[in-house]
Structure formats: C-alpha cells, structure tokens
Design a protein. Structure first.
Ligand code: ZN
Ligand code: ZN
Length: 260
C-alpha cells in the first residue's frame, strides 16, 4: 500500500517526546515520506507547551526542512460537549488539528459519554482528525463515530502506536477492526498516524499497514497514499476568512497569499 505521509508526530515541545523538528523531518525524508505533520500536545497535557507555542508557529518555514511540514496540534477533548484546550483564534491557525481523548485530561466515562465527546468535537470546523479512537479505556459506539465522521467530513486515525504490545490503549486492535469494517461499509476515509514521540518512530506505520492488510481495507480510503487525498480534510488547504494559510511554495503568510 502506498504510504507517503504521516499526520501525527511530536517533538521535544510536547514534554514527553525526545526529538526536534529537524530530526523528525530527517527521518521522514529517509523513509521516503512526502509530507510530515508535527502535532504537539495542546496545553492541558502535563508538561506540554503553552498557547504561545502554537500561536508562534507562524515563524517556522514549512518548506525549510527535508520534507514539507504541516504544523499543528493534538487537542485534548475536555468534556462531553467537545470543548478543547486551544482558543479558537489559535486553533484556526493550525495546519492540522487532531482531537483525542487522553486520560490525564479527561476521565473515561460511560459509552454514551465517550461517544458524545467525539460526536461533539467533530462539530468543530477546525478539527480535522479524531486521534486514536481505538482506546479501549474509552469504550464508544463505533457506528455513531463512523457515521459522524462521514457527516462532518473528518478523518478517523489508525494509530500505529496503539497497536504496539506496550501500548496503554488496551483493546485497540479489536476496536480498530470494528471501526475499519464500518469505514469500509460507509465509505469513510482513514489516516494512519505514527504518533511518534522520538524521531526513530516517524513514518513507522508497520503495524497499521499489517492490520489494513488483514482487514482487506480498500486502499482508496487511506489518505496516506496521496497528499491530494488529505487536502479536503486539513485546515492548511482550506480557505479561511482569517488567520494563517499554508503556502506550499513560499513559506508562511497571513491571509494574503494563494490558497490551495
Ligand atoms: Zn494522543
Ligand atoms: Zn500523539
């Protein structure tokens, strides 16, 4: 299966990750990727960076590294209403936004409550991807998740790190298989993310690819095969009234440059 992009990685800025932007980009290039997203944990994750970090991403030239970058965020979903931990005016500037449930930021609720977290965060137009919806500590209604992803035009992530034997996300494999089956049935696209916390993990999608193979999942529903497939979902390529727009050829700019 063609796989040329990684939409989920962390650097030192996330507080419990160990590499730099340059190191992550180097590994991405070495592995043949054509696009890498760096998605630091949002401020409610203990040890991660302040709002200012995200606001100031405008100074980073997305084209100054060995592969083109998207610079974004992995938001924490804070409650069943789908509130997240980055102000809207900053969130609007993110090239890519993943929204995830993390135990340091929200306690697992009932199946209905966990599902409500996802359904409501998907109403946020600046959320692009639901991160690791496979976490067995947060049981969910997979059918409702997949149907909402279709309705709101969001990607569901197949997280490679969740599938590692040492992962704390128990039951991920079973929940992923159920989600994949429904995604095929309802024609909902997915994205593989490494969730790398060190450069050696960037672009590491081996376990996710093996699971897709096992499930017989159709390749055209995996956006990792082509940057064009990612574009309809990512803030970076959407026209917005205000805020940052990604300029593929000329670095970054506020508002006035050409949009994809
Ligand atoms: Zn996460
Ligand atoms: Zn992550």
């Amino acid at each position: 299966m063609r796989d040329i992009l990684d939409t989920h990685s962390h650097t030192l800025a996330s507080g419990h990750a160990y590499s730099t932007i340059r190191e992550n980009a180097h590994m991405a290039a070495k592995r043949g990727l054509e696009l890498l997203a760096i998605t630091e944990h949002a401020p409610c994750m203990p040890g991660s960076c302040h709002d200012f970090y995200f606001h100031n991403l405008k100074v980073v030239d997305r084209n100054a590294y060995e592969v083109p970058l998207l610079l974004g965020v992995e938001l924490n979903i804070l409650d069943t209403r789908g509130n997240v931990d980055l102000d809207l005016h900053i969130l609007k500037q993110m090239d890519l936004a993943i929204a995830s449930l993390h135990t340091p930021c929200i306690r697992p609720g009932s199946r209905e409550e966990n599902t409500a977290c996802y359904l409501n965060v998907m109403k946020n137009p600046y959320v692009n991807i639901i991160g690791h919806p496979d976490d067995g500590r947060f049981p969910i209604d997979c059918l409702a998740l997949v149907q909402a992803a279709k309705e709101y035009g969001k990607l569901l992530e197949l997280n490679n790190s969740s599938l590692r034997p040492m992962s704390t996300r128990k039951g991920a494999r079973e929940q992923d298989l159920e989600i994949l089956k429904l995604c095929e049935q309802y024609q909902v696209s997915i994205v593989i993310g490494s969730d790398a916390h060190v450069d050696t993990e960037v672009g590491g999608h081996d376990l996710a690819l093996a699971l897709l193979e096992e499930a017989g999942f159709p390749e055209f529903l995996v956006v990792n095969g082509d940057v064009e497939r990612l574009k309809p979902y990512a803030n970076a390529y959407k026209a917005t009234e205000e805020g940052f727009v990604f300029c593929p050829a000329g670095g970054v700019g506020m508002g006035g440059c050409d949009r994809w």
